[in-house]
Design a protein around this ligand. Structure first.
Ligand code: HEC
Ligand code: HEC
Ligand code: HEC
Ligand code: HEC
Ligand code: HEC
Ligand code: HEC
Ligand code: HEC
Ligand code: HEC
Ligand code: HEC
Ligand code: HEC
Length: 325
C-alpha cells in the first residue's frame, strides 16, 4: 500500500465530507474532528500490515541466515509450533513485502531486534509463541520484564554462542555482563563455586521469573532452596537453633563473603549480634579464660573457632540443647 498523507484540506475536499461544505458549517468540522483520528488510525494499521512473502524470498538475499535457520530448532519441520509452520522468518521479523520491494537494507520496514527497538515490541514477537501461561508462567513477575530486559539480551536466534537454550554467552558470563556487583562477590574468599562451574546461576534462579517474585529463586523460600543441595541442614533436630529454621541468610551471604563459610560476619561477632556475653555461664572463664578480659590467645575462648570450639553443631543437634555435640 502506498503511503498517502491525509491532511485537513484533502479531507474537506473528499466525498466523505459531502458536497456542500457551507451548509454543514461548524457541525461538519466537529464531526470531522471526531472521525479524523479514526481514519488516521485505521490507515496506520493498514499500512503496517503489508504482505507476507515467505522465507524462500528472504533466502535469495540472506542465504547464510536461511541455512542456519533451517537447521535450528525454529526451522525444524518436525516441531509443529515452530515458525517454519507459521510465517517463517516473518514470524519474528514481521511482514516483509515492503522490505523486499525496496531491495532490503538496514532498518528497512521490518522488525529488527536491535537496541533501538523497545523491549516490549521485541518480546511480544517471542511471546506470541512462547506462551506465557505454558512456557514461562512467571515472566510477568520477573524483575527482568519490569526492567525492560528483552529475550534477545540473553538469547540469540542466529548466532547463539551456546547451543542449548540458544544463549548469547555461557553462564555465568551471560549474567555477569549486567550483574557486575554479583561478579565482584563471587571473587571473594568464600563463595559458591559459580566461577568453578560447579554451580550455575540458573541452578538457583530462573531468569524468566519464578513464583517467588523475590529474587526469582527456584523455591518457595530461601531455606527450601538451600535444602535442595544442603539437605543435612534441614534436620529435623531435637534441639533447633531458631535462626537456622527461620532464614539461612541470618548468618550467610549467598554469592560471596570475605569471611570463611560465607558468613555475614566473623565469629564471635556473628553470635554476639544476637547473644549477649553476660548470659553465658561464667565459671569456665577467668581473666585468663575470658570473653572480655585480657586473656592471651591460647587461653582465650575466642581462640581459633571461638564459640564454635564448643558449640560445634550450630545448625541444630539431636543430643545437645547447646549444640555442643
Ligand atoms: C532483495 C534482497 C533482499 C531480500 C529479498 C530480503 N532482504 Fe533483508 N536485507 C537485505 C539487505 C541488503 C540488508 C542490509 C544488509 C544486511 O544487514 O545484511 C537486509 C537487512 C535485513 C535485516 C537487518 C535489518 C537491520 O536493520 O539490521 C533483516 C532482519 C532482514 N533483512 C530480514 C529479511 C527478511 C525476513 C526477509 C524476507 C521477508 C528479507 N530480509 C528479504 C536484502 C534483502
Ligand atoms: C512461531 C513460533 C515461535 C516464535 C515466534 C519464536 N519461537 Fe522460540 N521456539 C518455538 C518452538 C515451537 C520451539 C521448540 C519447542 C519448545 O521448546 O518450546 C522454540 C524453542 C525456543 C528455545 C529453546 C531452544 C532449546 O534449545 O531448547 C528458545 C530459547 C527460544 N525458542 C527463544 C525464542 C526467542 C528469543 C524468540 C523471539 C526472538 C522466539 N523463540 C520466537 C516457537 C517460536
Ligand atoms: C536474563 C536472561 C534471560 C532472559 C531475559 C530470557 N531468558 Fe530464556 N533462558 C535463559 C536461560 C539462562 C535459560 C536456560 C538455558 C539452559 O537450559 O541452560 C533460558 C531458557 C529458555 C527457554 C528454554 C526452555 C526453558 O524454559 O528452559 C526458552 C524457550 C526461553 N528461554 C525463552 C525466552 C523468552 C521467550 C524470553 C523473553 C520473554 C526469555 N527467554 C528471556 C535466560 C534468559
Ligand atoms: C525466532 C525468531 C526469528 C526468526 C524465525 C528469524 N529471525 Fe532473524 N533475527 C531474530 C533476532 C532475535 C535477531 C537479532 C540477532 C540475533 O538474535 O541473532 C535477528 C536478526 C536478523 C538479521 C540481522 C542480523 C544478522 O545476524 O545479520 C537478519 C538479516 C535476519 N535476522 C534475517 C532473518 C531471515 C532471513 C530469517 C529466515 C530465514 C530469520 N531472520 C528468521 C529473530 C528471528
Ligand atoms: C541485559 C542485562 C541483564 C542480563 C544479561 C541479566 N540480568 Fe538479571 N537483572 C537485570 C536488571 C536490570 C535487573 C534489575 C536490577 C537489579 O536487581 O540489579 C536484574 C535483576 C536480576 C535479579 C534480581 C531479581 C529481584 O527480584 O531482585 C536476579 C536474581 C537476576 N537478575 C538474575 C540473573 C541471571 C541468573 C542472569 C543470567 C542468566 C541475569 N540476571 C542476566 C539485567 C540483566
Ligand atoms: C546457591 C544459590 C544461588 C546461586 C548459585 C546464585 N544465586 Fe543469586 N540469589 C540467591 C538467593 C537465595 C538470593 C536472595 C533472594 C532473597 O533475597 O530472598 C539471590 C539474590 C540475587 C540477586 C538480587 C539481590 C542482589 O544481591 O542484588 C541477584 C541480582 C542475583 N542473585 C544474581 C545472581 C547471579 C548473576 C548469579 C550467578 C553468578 C547468582 N545470583 C547465583 C541464590 C543464588
Ligand atoms: C545448587 C546447589 C546449591 C544450592 C541450592 C545451595 N548451595 Fe551452598 N554450596 C553448594 C556447593 C556445590 C558448595 C561447595 C561445596 C564444596 O566445595 O565442598 C556449597 C557451599 C556452601 C557453603 C560453604 C562455603 C565455603 O566457603 O565453604 C555455605 C555456607 C553454603 N553453601 C550455604 C548455602 C546457603 C545458605 C544456601 C541457600 C541460600 C545454599 N548454600 C544453596 C551448592 C549449593
Ligand atoms: C546462626 C547462624 C547460622 C545460620 C542461621 C545458618 N548457618 Fe550455616 N554455618 C554457620 C556457621 C557459624 C558455620 C561455620 C561452621 C564451621 O566452620 O564449623 C556454618 C557453616 C555452614 C556450611 C558449611 C559447613 C558445613 O557445615 O557444611 C553450610 C553448607 C551451611 N552452613 C549451610 C547453612 C544452611 C543451608 C542454613 C539454613 C538452613 C544455614 N547454614 C544457617 C552459621 C549459621
Ligand atoms: C540471628 C540471631 C542469632 C544468631 C546470629 C545466633 N543465634 Fe544462637 N540463638 C538465637 C535464638 C533466637 C536462640 C533461642 C534462644 C532461646 O530459646 O531462648 C538461640 C539459641 C542458641 C543456643 C542455645 C541456647 C539455649 O538456651 O539452649 C546456643 C548455644 C546458641 N544459640 C549459640 C549461638 C552461637 C555459637 C552463635 C554463633 C555461631 C549463634 N548462636 C548465633 C539467635 C541467634
Ligand atoms: C569453652 C567452651 C565454650 C565456649 C568457647 C563458648 N561456650 Fe557457650 N556454652 C558452653 C557450655 C558448656 C554451655 C552450657 C552450659 C552452660 O550453660 O554454661 C554454653 C551455653 C551457651 C548458651 C546458652 C546458655 C546461656 O547462657 O544463654 C549460649 C547462648 C552460648 N553458650 C553462647 C555462646 C557464644 C555466643 C559463644 C562465643 C562468644 C560461646 N557460647 C562460647 C561452652 C562454651
Amino acid at each position: 500500500m502506498k503511503r498517502e498523507h491525509i491532511t485537513l484540506s484533502t479531507f474537506l475536499d473528499s466525498p466523505l465530507c459531502g458536497s456542500d461544505k457551507l451548509r454543514f458549517g461548524r457541525v461538519s468540522v466537529l464531526i470531522m474532528l471526531t472521525i479524523f483520528p479514526f481514519i488516521l488510525l485505521t490507515w496506520e494499521i493498514g499500512s503496517g500490515n503489508s504482505e507476507y512473502v515467505g522465507s524462500e524470498t528472504c533466502k535469495g538475499c540472506h542465504e547464510k541466515i536461511y541455512a542456519s535457520y533451517t537447521k535450528s530448532i525454529h526451522g525444524k519441520k518436525e516441531i509443529s509450533g515452530a515458525p517454519t509452520h507459521r510465517e517463517g522468518c516473518e514470524s519474528c521479523h514481521g511482514p516483509g513485502a515492503q522490505h523486499v520491494e525496496k531491495g532490503g537494507g538496514k532498518g528497512v520496514d521490518l522488525l529488527v531486534f536491535g537496541r533501538k527497538t523497545n523491549a516490549r515490541s521485541k518480546n511480544a514477537k517471542c511471546l506470541a509463541c512462547h506462551d506465557i501461561s505454558k512456557d514461562m508462567p512467571f515472566w510477568d513477575l520477573s524483575k527482568h520484564k519490569t526492567m525492560d530486559v528483552s529475550c534477545v539480551d540473553c538469547h540469540s536466534i542466529h548466532s547463539a554462542k551456546v547451543k542449548k537454550g540458544m544463549l548469547t554467552a555461557e553462564e555465568p558470563d551471560l549474567c555477569f555482563s549486567c550483574h557486575k556487583r554479583i561478579r565482584a562477590q563471587t571473587n571473594k574468599q568464600s563463595h559458591h563455586p559459580v566461577r568453578e562451574g560447579k554451580v550455575k546461576c540458573s541452578d538457583c534462579h530462573n531468569a524468566m521469573g519464578t513464583s517467588n517474585s523475590k529474587g526469582m529463586i527456584k523455591a518457595d523460600s530461601v531455606n527450601d532452596l538451600c535444602y535442595k543441595c544442603h539437605a543435612e541442614k534441614r534436620g529435623p533436630f531435637a534441639f533447633e537453633h531458631p535462626p537456622v529454621q527461620e532464614n539461612c541468610l541470618s548468618c550467610h551471604e549467598i554469592h560471596g563473603s570475605n569471611h570463611s563459610r560465607l558468613l555475614v560476619r566473623k565469629v564471635p561477632l556473628l553470635c554476639q549480634s544476637c547473644h549477649t556475653v553476660s548470659g553465658h555461664k561464667s565459671t569456665p572463664y577467668t581473666n585468663l579464660h575470658s570473653f572480655t578480659g585480657t586473656a592471651t590467645a591460647r587461653k582465650n575462648m575466642f581462640f581459633s573457632r571461638s564459640c564454635l570450639n564448643c558449640h560445634g553443631n550450630i545448625h541444630g543437634s539431636s543430643r545437645s540443647p547447646e549444640f555442643i555435640r
